[in-house]
Structures are given as C-alpha cells and as structure tokens.
Write a protein that binds this ligand. Structure first.
Ligand code: ARG
Length: 586
C-alpha cells in the first residue's frame, strides 16, 4: 500500500467501524479516476448488504464522519456508493518530505527478512553467452537488488555449468589438437601452472566438437568416456578442467561486468557433485528412487496434473548423474551453506518442466518444504519472426556482440542529439556505455517477466518514449538543475504543495512503496520500471508547469528544489533496482 493510502486507511476504517462495518473489510486504493480524486474506497458497496443498508447511504454516513479530517481536502460519494478521497495539500507535502528524507526513498522493507538464493544467468564453461542468457541475467540481477533492498539476505549464484558432457568434449578436442599434452597423459602431475588453453581455443573447440559429436559416434564415445573419467577424478583431466573453468569464468565475468551483472557465488554444478552418491543412496534407501528400464528415476506426476509430468531421471542407464540430479544435490548444498528460506530460479520458461520435476522430487524427499523453491520463468527476446533472436547470418547473437552493437548505436544517438559533445573522450565513452546498458536493460525489464518481446535496438535506444535513455536523460536533467541551484546557493526547504503538477508528483512519489512491494511479491521488475517511467513523466510535467529557479518567491523555489531532490533520489533508486546507473551529465 502507499503510505498515504495506509494512513488514510486508518481513518476510513474507523469511520466504517463506527457504522458497524468490520475493519477487515475496509480497503483504500489509488483512485481509478485521478482526475476526480487521489484515492477511493469501494467498501460501502461490499459491506452495505450485510447491514441491510443502501450502499450510497452507508457511504454518505462514512463521508460525513470523515469530513474535516486533517489529511483530507475532500470526501465525496460517487455513483452507487464509491467514496472518493482527495488528500489535503499539507498531508501530501508531509509525505513528500518524508520520502525525501527516507533512506529507501519512500519504499518499505519486508516485515520478516528471509534468506534467499537467486540462481540466475546460468552460464556454461566454453559455450559462448548468447541472447538466450540475456533475460535471465538482467531479470535475476534486478530481483537480486530488489530483494536485498527490501531487507532480505540475498545470494546471487551464477550456478556455473561446469560439469556436463561438454567437459568431455573439450578434453578429447584438446587431445586431438595436441593441446595440453601434459594433462592428457596418464599419471598425476605435477601439472604446469600455465594455462594450456586460451579463451579463443575454447570458443573454437567447443562448437566444432559439439557438431562432430552429433555425427561421429566414435568421437562421442570418447567424449563420454572422458567425461566419466573426469568426474571419476582422473588427476590430469581435473587439472585441465580447472583451466577451462578459470579461463571461461574470467571471460564471463568481464562480459557480465559490462552489463552490470555480478554474482555473490560462482558455485559450479561440479560443487554439488560430491553430494550426489549419498543423495542417490538416500533416495534409493527410502524407496523414492525406482529402478526403471535400467535407469533410476523419481516419479513426480500428481493426481490432477493437466498433463503428465515425466519422472525425474536420477541416474541414467549408463550410470551418469543428470541435469536434474545436479539441481537436486544443489538444493542440499544450498541448505547446508546458505540455509535458505527461498531459492528463486530465474531461468527461461522452456525449462519449466525440469524445475517442476526437481521441486516435486525435492519436496517428496524433504530436501525443501513446499514454497521454498520457485521458478521465476522468463520469456525470450525474439527476432521479428517471433522466434528467439538470431543474427542476420542465422546464428545466435553473442552477448558481447550485442553490447558492442548497443554501444555503437548509443554513440550515434548521443551525437545526433548533440549530447555529451563537450565532454572528454573518456567521459563520453562512459556515457555511451551507460546509455547502451540502460537501453538494453530497460527494454527487457519494462516487459513483464513471462512475456517475450521483439528486439529493436532503434526503439530501445530512443531518447523519447518509454526507454532507458529517456529515463537517464530525465535523471540527468534533474542533476543539472540541482547543480545550478547549488552554484547559485539556492537551498532546498520545506515542501508546499499548491499546483496540480506538484500534487501529481507528490502522489507519484508516494506510489513507489506499492510498486516496489508488488514487484517483490510478483517477482516483477517491470512494476519498478513502470514506476520509474511514471515518475519521470510526472517530473517532466512538473518542470514544465512549475518554474524552479525562476519560482515566484524563495519559499516556493526551496520547496520545488526539495521536490526535485526527492524525485531524483527515488528515480535513481528505482533505476538502480533495475541495474541501471545514471551518469552525472550528458
Ligand atoms: N546452465 C543452464 C543452461 O544454460 C542453466 C542453469 C539454470 N539453473 C539451474 N539451477 N538449472 O541451460
């Protein structure tokens, strides 16, 4: 609830209670008709029947009781019994001042903080990051910030894909190229410290090996064998693998860094591996794992399922642990290490069945309690054809190339708009980078998490409309206003609300609390994005209607400066929750 709605709520509750309505039925919400009122209550319509009253009559009685309340400028009954509430200017000014002084810029923390692991991005060793990883990375980063902001203890975990068949593929591909010979020989070292493979090697070897394995059964078998030997602990393979992991991770961290995405943990799938033998034994001993056609499975289908969910494959007929096995063991690992209340998996919705299998298996086994595991599924970024975005040549677009492309476009746009032209080349680069990231992230986060959207760099990068660059531009405009005020020694002071645009701005500032809480509850950063946009628009209208430096008197100027300051703080907070940094100037 917005703070104003909740403080008004108390008064409205008391008024209804005096008419015999149970307090728990009373609701106050932002008005559907902002042109008529700030808030509304539809409670009379719902409550009148039980009292055998006409709703309009009940609403009128309540309105009479509220009449004259200090926080209210007007109370009106509309239609069949809606209560329209207009906040007094003083209450609005007091709330805006509160927002301005508040560390959370008007938002509130959760009542009982939790321990939350956010599993996101899910990059893999050697496989290049592509736009398929984009949404998970951007949304996960934002949820990590939002949960932390509201007071939870949060670990962002990359859940590094460092353990599967791709490792065996790389080992045999290295062997065939004569790369890393000391590691490939039998025996157990000592192995050189020097990296025998470069990132370029990995990026070249992996796709070739993956393609070859599809056509060449002999190669595939060798890769399988190498995977098994690696997992079985063959020292040279382990040492070589550590190089793959280190080289990949360094490159990935650089790429994520460019996108403003960071992790608290880089736990790999391999880290959960040591827990697998005991876990499998436990599941077998308790009869939860069943032997079926040579494999061990856990049945997870439930009565009433709309469609049959296949069992989770625990141990394949070749004796290997599978993707689901690793995820199950990772739950045990996280229970030990983070003692979580919640694990949020920010992963593509195409993996929904996988997570449903894992969660049900984990609940059955008592590894987590229902509700503690949650798949925050995301849609994809699509091409104009409605399919996951591909490059013109038909390949998957690498994240690195996407960022480069976005930066090129950002420079071009800045030049066209004649922005940042008087800055040093370094400062200009920094701005171009911020604009590029803001464009990509805001385009992503302004869509709801589950919908897919169409890639359109031109639109994302526009300085007009609902875009990242527009929001940065608004923030920078306020910064430059505040700098000017400082230069002229004009200080902020008590907030007074008189103009309609000031009312609007103050009401919008008040609404952040609700937006942040809803975004948190629904794992929906788009609600924060929406709020940031509304706030920028409200400021823009205010700035056009209410001169600040040229205000009619010093008191008004001080008030408007305080409103501007509160707006900037909240706007930057909201953008920060989206993972977007604002430059000082443009
Ligand atoms: N590495 C996986 C992939 O690229 C994503 C991992 C998602 N997280 C998880 N706990 N399974 O598809």
């Amino acid at each position: 609830m917005t703070a104003l709605a909740s403080s008004l709520g108390e008064a409205v509750k008391a008024a209804f209670a005096a008419e015999g309505v149970d307090e728990s039925l009373v609701r106050v919400t932002p008005s559907d008709r902002p042109d008529l009122a700030d808030f509304q209550s539809n409670t009379a319509l719902a409550a009148a029947k039980a009292l055998k009253l006409n709703p309009r009559e009940l609403a009128q009685k309540v309105a009479a009781r509220l009449d004259g309340h200090a926080d209210l400028k007007a109370v009106e009954v509309a239609g069949p019994g809606f209560l329209n509430l207009t906040v007094s200017d003083t209450a609005l000014a007091a709330r805006a001042a509160e927002v301005g002084a508040d560390e959370l810029t008007g938002a509130s923390a959760v009542a009982s903080p939790r321990r939350v692991v956010i599993d996101f991005a899910g990059p893999n060793v050697a496989k290049p990051m592509h736009v398929g990883h984009l949404r998970s990375s951007i949304i996960g980063e934002s949820l990590k910030r939002l949960f932390r902001f509201r007071g939870d203890t949060v670990w962002g975990d990359a859940h590094f894909g460092d353990w599967g068949f791709q490792m065996g593929l790389l080992i045999v591909a290295c062997a065939d190229e004569g790369l890393g010979a000391p590691f490939l020989a039998e025996g157990d070292g000592p192995f050189p410290e020097e990296t025998p493979v470069t990132l370029e090697d990995l990026e070249r070897l992996y796709p070739a090996a993956a393609a070859r394995a599809k056509e060449d059964p002999e190669f595939r078998d060798r890769a399988r064998k190498a995977t098994a030997e690696l997992q079985g602990g063959r020292p040279g393979y382990r040492a070589l693998w550590r190089h793959f992991v280190a080289v990949s991770r360094t490159a990935l961290e650089r790429e994520f860094g460019a996108l403003g995405v960071t992790f608290d943990l880089w736990n790999g799938e391999s880290d959960a591996d040591p827990l697998i033998p005991d876990m499998v034994a436990d599941l077998k001993a308790r009869g939860l794992a069943e032997f079926d056609q040579g494999a061990w499975i856990i049945r997870v289908a439930e009565e009433g399922d709309k469609r049959e969910l296949p069992p989770l494959l625990l141990v394949s007929s070749e004796g290997s642990a599978m993707y689901g096995t690793t995820d199950l063991a990772t739950i045990l690992q996280r229970r030990r290490e983070q003692d979580f209340d919640l694990v949020l998996y920010c992963v593509d919705q195409r993996q929904s069945d996988h997570f449903e299998q894992v969660f049900r298996a984990a609940y059955k086994a008592g590894y987590a309690t229902p509700g503690q595991l949650e798949h925050a599924a995301n849609g994809t970024m699509n091409g104009a054809d409605g399919k996951p975005f591909k490059t013109r040549a038909g390949g998957v677009l690498k994240l690195h190339d996407l960022i480069t492309q976005a930066k090129d476009k950002a420079r071009e746009r800045l030049r066209e708009a004649e922005l940042g032209q008087d800055l040093s080349p370094e400062a200009f680069e920094d701005i171009a980078h911020k604009v590029a990231v803001a464009a990509l992230k805001f385009a992503d986060l302004s869509n709801s998490r589950t919908t897919s959207y169409v890639f359109d760099l031109d639109r994302f990068m526009s300085f007009e409309g609902k875009t990242g660059p527009y929001l940065l531009y608004q923030a920078v405009r306020i910064k430059s206003l505040l700098r000017r005020a400082e230069g002229e020694r004009a200080a902020a002071g008590d907030i007074r609300i008189t103009e309609p645009a000031e009312r609007d701005l103050a009401l919008t500032l008040d609404a952040f609390d609700q937006a942040a809480a809803d975004a948190y509850e629904r794992r929906g950063p788009h609600l924060v994005a929406e709020h940031a946009y509304r706030l920028a628009q409200a400021f823009s209208k205010f700035y056009a209607a209410c001169p600040v430096m040229a205000a009619p008197d010093a008191g008004t100027r001080a008030s408007r400066l305080a409103l501007s300051r509160a707006t900037l703080d909240q706007l930057e907070t909201a953008l920060d929750l989206l993972g977007i940094a604002t430059p000082e100037r443009m």
